[in-house]
Design a protein. Structure first.
Length: 361
């Protein structure tokens, strides 16, 4: 065990023996997400570095404190990428935070989410034990897939120390098309196109404009662009748009942050892609073929959550709002029991990130 990991183990064991809590931190770029955790900071930035990269095997292993930019640079040198496009909320974003938050960018509906690419992980549990799950190949799991369970857990189960990820080659061709449609028309078109053999990779609708990204073999992208029509977007402008959307620094999210500062709430709604536009006040943005919808609104939390539930989905208070009242949709009794039992198995003394994912847990 190296010194950086040994120091973390000592901190965890000390906190457990003293009955205190720890707030797991990497670069701090996602501190706004989830509830407000209790405890002293447990800094993972020293636990950094790309441990191994096997380009021919499409596998990379990196420690939790590794800057996401460093990992992506290593992959780019080999023409590879993280296809789920994790949001980079700043230069300090880390690999551990990427997995713990479980957030994905514009390509999520086509490429899959973070947990779909986690092959294995090493974690530090609440007893101060270093555990390893999974491996470096896809078919490596017998029993419960704990390594993927860590994706989106926000650190409540333990400290992610190192992860192995499947990566993919960068697509040989991309193209972005623009269409002038209202929200209902855009959702209808996206679902119609989604049922066809088209190389759809990402979509975004906002204020009457639908942007559609095609990705794959050059011949397939060219044929799809000819079939769909619309207005072709200059590649440089398209890259800037999709990167801005991925990192939440484009026009919509800039306006959203200003509105949040003035007292509004930015909601992330997960809905069936065929769900019609919701009758909610505010400014919406539609992604993932209609399955992810952002909403900036002053409406009460119960109103937003009720509308999302009625449409067959749920709503997350992403930025702003009363985080003490619960950021994520309330759990059913069965799911709440599973959460409690998992927490008890990995962190029985509630050392890590109290209240970050579920109030009181």
């Amino acid at each position: 065990m190296d010194q950086a990991l040994a120091r973390l183990v000592d901190q965890v064991r000390t906190a457990r023996s003293q009955g205190t809590a720890l707030d797991i931190r990497g670069g701090g770029t996602k501190a706004f997400y989830g509830g407000v955790p209790a405890g002293e900071p447990l800094d993972l930035r020293e636990l950094a570095g790309v441990s191994s990269h096997e380009p021919s095997e499409l596998v990379v292993t990196a420690r939790a404190g590794t800057p996401l930019a460093e990992l992506e640079a290593v992959l780019a040198d080999q023409g590879q990428c993280l296809p789920f496009e994790p949001p980079r909320f700043g230069a300090d974003s880390t690999v551990g935070g990427m997995v713990a938050a479980g957030l994905a960018g514009p390509a999520r509906a086509a490429a899959g989410g973070v947990r779909d690419y986690v092959l294995g992980a090493t974690m530090l549990n609440g007893r101060g034990e270093v555990l390893t799950f999974g491996g470096q190949v896809m078919k490596n799991v017998a029993g419960y897939d704990v390594s993927r369970l860590l994706a989106g857990s926000l650190g409540v189960l333990g400290v992610i120390c190192e992860v192995s990820l499947k990566v993919l080659p960068r697509p040989p061709a991309t193209a972005t098309l623009r269409f002038e449609l209202d929200q209902a028309q855009a959702i209808g078109r996206l679902n119609e196109w989604g049922g066809q053999p088209l190389p759809l990779n990402a979509s975004a609708w906002w204020r009457g404009t639908l942007a559609l990204r095609l990705s794959g073999a050059a011949a397939a992208v060219h044929a799809a662009a000819e079939q769909l029509g619309g207005e072709a977007v200059d590649p440089a402008l398209a890259d800037a748009f999709w990167n801005g959307l991925r990192d939440q620094r484009d026009e919509f999210f800039a306006a959203a942050r200003a509105a949040v500062d003035a007292g509004a709430t930015l909601w992330r709604l997960s809905l069936p892609p065929t769900a019609p536009p919701l009758a909610l006040a505010g400014d919406p943005l539609v992604e993932w073929g209609g399955a992810q919808r952002w909403l900036v609104t002053d409406s009460p939390a119960d109103t937003v959550r009720g509308a999302a539930a009625a449409a067959g989905g749920h709503a997350t208070m992403f930025r702003g709002g009363d985080r003490a009242g619960g950021v994520f949709a309330p759990l059913s009794p069965a799911l709440a029991r599973i959460h409690r039992e998992l927490k008890a198995a990995f962190d029985p003394d509630r050392v890590f990130n109290r209240g970050r994912l579920v109030p009181g847990l």
